[in-house]
Design a protein around this ligand. Structure first.
Ligand code: G6P
Length: 489
């Protein structure tokens, strides 16, 4: 295991995230197969190559027996991954409950669960206790593998307690925490019963990072308004101890996408798709099947567009890839049936014997198929109701250097701050506006398309996942050195 360019690694990095970059599927008592996991965090961190990184996280399965645990630990070690084993009850209360039924919707401005949503996953307090317990289990695995000088980088809303657990055990550990979702306005965070405990636990980190300046600002306001601490331009101060807070916008491994387009199998796939959709403009959505992605709103906007633009009815197709996710959470189950119902209705309304306007797939595509799809797309529709960053928009741009297609992008995705100048920005709640954006994109003169694409392509190519990780880790190293100097003075 070495760096692709043969140079020595900069530093050892322990990346701790709820989900490992690979998910395990059991094949026998002691045999496992590993598949790449879905989601923006995984897709970004796979591009980080400068560090000798080890991943610590959950493999997405319950493994109650020792033989299975041993075999899985061995299989994962080859991928530089270390598993945290969570039993069914913990997964139910911590992952399905506190993380995905409480924190995730709240951080995306969908509010706290109403009675019926809470009842399905038991009480708020027991979920919170399970959340703390799970965070301690992650900390135990980190402590077991930690070596002096390592950087420990904790990720996302699942692990807000982890910095505190780690620092309680070893105050010298260099600990960074990064949130991949939005951090909401302090008025929203204030509604959370455990609002203060979570903030204090995160503040135990040396460096706290967000995708945008707004999220960082919201976090600092929450600390000042809820905890009464002092916010400074550098971060948050608590009795002389500074926690650095800053924005570090993520990127993708753009070269990986650009290179893939030249592979023979991808070229072949591109030809097949072009033949398949000949004479029609292709519009594409690629999302996890999650309420924050605004899939029903997007499809309704497409319906409105078809209603108002009879000319285009048999000349466009919407391909919606909806990757199933968190399928044990009732809200996600409801969303699946809702989307199916809308797609069926619209295809019944505007379809013919030979063609339907919407192709909806409830599954993920492999990397090469996805690249080919991005490359043949005329218009990408990223209409999240809220989204930390949204890397699908970056992946689409990376694959469009030939076609120079149009990106329609939600103003509520973090990516709107970086790709806004090249994209058509929309309010995804406004179906009329999104339908008009589709019409605008279809009729956009090629000179304008090129200009917009050039802006975005340059951004995606130069702001990579690798650069993001390097900046975060060196800032973390510097923060720790500065703190040491301050305490010596
Ligand atoms: C988002 C989160 C990630 C998460 C991913 C997939 O991108 O920020 O932390 O891993 O969704 O969700 P899942 O629940 O399947 O891990």
């Amino acid at each position: 295991y070495e760096r692709e360019d043969g140079k020595p690694f900069r530093q050892r990095l322990l990346v701790v995230a709820n989900r490992l970059p690979v998910s395990a599927v059991r094949k026998g008592e002691d045999s496992w197969s590993l598949e790449i996991s879905a989601g923006g965090l995984v897709s970004a961190l796979l591009g980080v190559k400068e560090f000798e990184a080890k991943w610590i996280g959950w493999a997405g399965v319950n493994v109650p027996d020792e033989i299975g645990q041993e075999a899985l630990t061995k299989a994962l070690a080859e991928k530089r991954c270390i598993p945290v084993f969570l039993d069914e009850e913990i997964v139910h209360q911590y992952y399905n409950g506190y993380c995905n039924n409480i924190l995730w919707p709240l951080f995306h401005y969908l509010g706290l669960p109403q009675e019926d949503r809470l009842a399905t996953t038991r009480s708020f307090q027991s979920q919170f206790a399970a959340y703390q317990k799970a965070n301690q289990m992650f900390a135990d695995v980190v402590n077991e593998h930690y070596e002096e000088g390592d950087v420990v980088w904790c990720h996302d809303y699942h692990l807000m307690f982890l910095p505190q657990c780690l620092k309680n055990h070893n105050s010298k550990m260099k600990v960074g925490w990064f949130l991949h979702t939005p951090f909401p306005s302090s008025e929203i965070h204030k509604t959370l019963p455990s609002r203060s405990e979570l903030l204090h636990a995160v503040l135990a980190a040396d460096l706290v990072g967000f995708h945008t300046y707004d999220y960082a600002r919201h976090f600092v306001s929450a600390c000042t308004r809820i905890l009464g601490l002092e916010g400074t331009p550098e971060g948050v101060e608590d009795q002389g101890k500074l926690t650095r807070v800053a924005a570090f916008p993520i990127g993708i491994d753009s070269a990986r996408f650009i290179r893939a387009l030249y592979l023979p199998q991808v070229q072949e796939h591109i030809k097949e798709l072009q033949e398949r959709f000949k004479g029609r403009k292709v519009m594409l959505g690629v999302d996890r099947l999650d309420m924050i992605k605004g899939i029903p709103q997007k499809i309704l906007a497409f319906e409105k567009f078809l209603e108002e633009n009879a000319y285009w009815r048999d000349k466009v197709v919407l391909l919606q890839i909806a990757v199933p996710t968190r399928t044990d959470v009732p809200e996600y189950q409801k969303l699946t049936s809702q989307v199916h119902e809308i797609v069926g209705r619209i295809n019944g309304r505007f379809g013919s014997l030979t063609a339907v306007p919407i192709h909806h797939l409830d599954r993920s595509l492999d990397f090469h198929a996805l690249c080919a799809l991005y490359a043949i797309t005329d218009i990408a529709l990223v209409t999240s109701l809220r989204d930390g960053m949204n890397l699908v928009s970056y992946e689409f741009v990376a694959c469009q250097d030939k076609k120079k297609g149009v990106l329609i992008l939600s103003e509520f995705a973090g990516a709107a701050q970086s790709l806004g100048a090249g994209a058509i920005l929309v309010n995804p709640w406004n179906i009329t506006e999104v339908a008009a954006a589709i019409a605008k994109a279809l009729n956009m003169p090629s000179a304008e398309r090129e200009k917009r694409h050039r802006h975005n392509f340059h951004h995606v190519k130069t702001h990579t996942a690798q650069e993001w990780a390097e900046i975060f880790v060196s800032e973390l190293n510097d923060t720790v050195v500065e703190a040491q100097l301050r305490t010596k003075q």
